[in-house]
Ligand binder design. Structure first.
Ligand code: SAM
Ligand code: SF4
Ligand code: SF4
Length: 385
C-alpha cells in the first residue's frame, strides 16, 4: 500500500471509527473485506453523474425525471468538481464525470464544463437524447475534446417515437451521424421495457449499420414520470431472456455490447471481483439542487453537496455503507452477493425498500420453481436464498 493510499484509508478510518468497539470491528471489516478494500486494491474508476439541467426538449414516457425547470449554475458545478477531485484523491482512484439531465445540450455552460473537466484530467462524458446535435454542435463538442457521447434510443423508429416523441428517432440518428463524423465515439443506450424487448436484434443491426462503437441495455425502472408506465417493466423471465440474448449475440456484431446489469453474473460465468450494482460504491449522482443519490435509478437522498462534502457523504452515509457491504440486503446470504447485489433501483421502485430482493431476479424464480418441483439444488455454488 503506498503512502497516499494508506493516508486515504487512515482518513476514512478516522471518519468511520467513532463508535463502540463492536462498531470498530465492523468498520475494520468494511475497510478490509468490502468494496473499500477493493477500491484500494483495484482502483476502479469512480463514476459521478451530474444532472446539469432539468430542462428537456422531450418528455419521454418512461423518464425518471419529474421536474423540468432548473439549471445548475457554473458556480455550483465548480463546487461539485472540486469535491469530486477530493473524493478521487482520498480513494486514490481515477474518475469520470457524466454530464446528464434533463437534456445537457440545453445547458448553457456545457462546453465550458467539458473544457474544465478535461483540464482537470477528469474525462467528461455526455448523455444526450441526440435530437439537438447539429453539425455545428458536434464540431463544438469535438473541439472541446469530448471523446465519448451516449445517445439514447429506445427501439426501432415507431417504438422509439411512441416512447420519446414524434420524429425523435430520425433526429437522434442524424445527431449520431454528426457525432461520428467528428470522430466522437458513440454509445447507444437502450432502456428496455416490454414494448421494445423484441427489437434488441434490430437495434444491434442498426448499431452496426451506423458504425457506433458501443451499445448498452438498461432495465426500465418505473419511477418518476415513468411510474405511469409501470406495466411496461420487464418480468424476471423477460430480464433473463434479454440477458441470454445479449450473451448469445456478443461477438456476433461489430458493435461492442456493454452489459452492467447485476444479474449478468447468472448468464456470464466470467464475472469476478466486486461487481454488480454499483450504486453508492463507485457511482454517485448529484442533482441540480445538490442532492446526492446512490444512483439516479435509486432516488433516495443521502446528503447534499452544498451542505456536506461529497467524500463525507460517501464514507459516512448509512445507506451507502450498507449498499457497499451488501450483507444487510434481503439477499444477503446469496452465494452471488459479491458479483450481483440485485438492482437496488428496481427493488426500491417495486417495494419501497432499497434492501429488498431484486424482484426481477430470475435466479430466485428458478429456485422457487425448483422447490415447487421438489428438486434438489445441484451444486454448492447454487444460490442460497
Ligand atoms: C434521463 S436521460 C438524460 C440524458 C438525455 N436526456 C437522454 O435521454 O439520454 C438518461 C438515461 O436515463 C434513461 N432513463 C430515463 N428514465 C428511466 C427509467 N425510468 N428507468 C431506466 N432508465 C431511464 C433514459 O432513457 C436515458 O438513457
Ligand atoms: S429520458 Fe432524457 S430526453 Fe427523455 S424526457 Fe428524460 S431527460 Fe428528456
Ligand atoms: S441501482 Fe440498478 S441501475 Fe443503479 S447502479 Fe444499481 S443496478 Fe445499476
Amino acid at each position: 500500500m503506498d503512502v497516499e493510499v494508506a493516508a486515504a484509508v487512515e482518513d476514512a478510518e478516522g471518519r468511520l471509527f467513532m463508535g463502540s468497539d463492536q462498531e470498530k470491528d465492523e468498520q475494520t471489516r468494511l475497510l478490509t473485506d468490502t468494496p473499500i478494500a477493493f477500491i484500494v486494491r483495484e482502483r476502479p474508476r469512480f463514476m459521478l453523474q451530474v444532472h446539469v439541467t432539468e430542462k428537456c426538449n422531450l418528455r419521454c414516457q418512461h423518464c425518471y425525471n419529474e421536474s423540468w425547470t432548473r439549471d445548475l449554475s457554473m458556480e455550483h458545478f465548480l463546487i461539485i468538481v472540486k469535491q469530486f477531485k477530493r473524493l478521487l484523491k482520498i480513494t486514490n482512484t481515477g474518475g469520470t464525470v457524466y454530464l446528464t439531465g434533463g437534456e445537457p445540450l440545453l445547458w448553457p455552460h456545457l462546453l465550458d464544463a467539458i473544457r474544465i473537466l478535461t483540464k482537470e484530467r477528469i474525462p467528461p462524458r455526455v448523455f444526450t437524447n441526440g435530437t439537438l446535435v447539429t453539425t455545428d454542435m458536434a464540431k463544438q463538442l469535438s473541439d472541446s475534446r469530448v471523446r465519448f457521447v451516449q445517445v439514447s434510443l429506445d427501439g426501432a423508429q415507431e417504438t422509439n417515437d411512441s416512447i420519446r416523441g414524434e420524429k425523435s428517432f430520425d433526429k437522434a440518428i442524424t445527431g449520431i451521424k454528426h457525432l461520428l463524423h467528428q470522430g466522437i465515439e458513440v454509445t447507444l443506450m437502450v432502456t428496455v421495457m416490454k414494448r421494445n424487448l423484441s427489437e434488441i436484434d434490430q437495434l444491434l443491426d442498426l448499431a452496426d449499420e451506423l458504425g457506433v462503437q458501443r451499445i448498452a441495455f438498461n432495465r426500465f425502472i418505473p419511477i418518476g414520470s415513468g411510474s405511469n408506465l409501470a406495466d411496461e417493466a420487464l418480468s424476471s423471465a423477460e430480464v433473463q431472456e434479454m440477458l441470454l440474448l445479449l450473451r448469445d449475440k456478443s461477438g456476433q456484431h461489430q458493435v461492442e455490447i456493454i452489459q452492467r446489469d447485476p444479474l449478468w453474473t447468472f448468464v456470464n460465468q466470467n464475472v469476478q471481483g466486486f461487481s454488480g450494482c454499483s450504486a453508492g460504491q463507485f457511482l454517485l449522482d448529484v442533482l441540480v439542487d445538490g442532492t446526492v443519490y446512490p444512483c439516479r435509478r435509486l432516488p433516495i437522498g443521502v446528503g447534499n453537496v452544498f451542505e456536506k462534502e461529497l467524500v463525507d457523504i460517501w464514507v459516512a452515509s448509512p445507506l451507502l455503507r450498507d449498499l457497499r457491504d451488501r450483507r444487510k440486503l434481503e439477499c444477503g446470504d446469496c452465494a452471488y452477493l459479491r458479483t450481483c447485489g440485485g438492482c437496488r433501483g428496481v427493488a426500491y421502485a417495486k417495494t419501497g425498500d432499497p434492501y429488498a430482493m431484486d424482484p426481477q431476479c430470475f435466479k430466485k424464480r428458478e429456485k422457487t420453481e425448483a422447490e415447487l418441483d421438489d428438486s434438489i439444488l445441484k451444486s454448492d455454488d447454487e444460490i442460497r436464498l
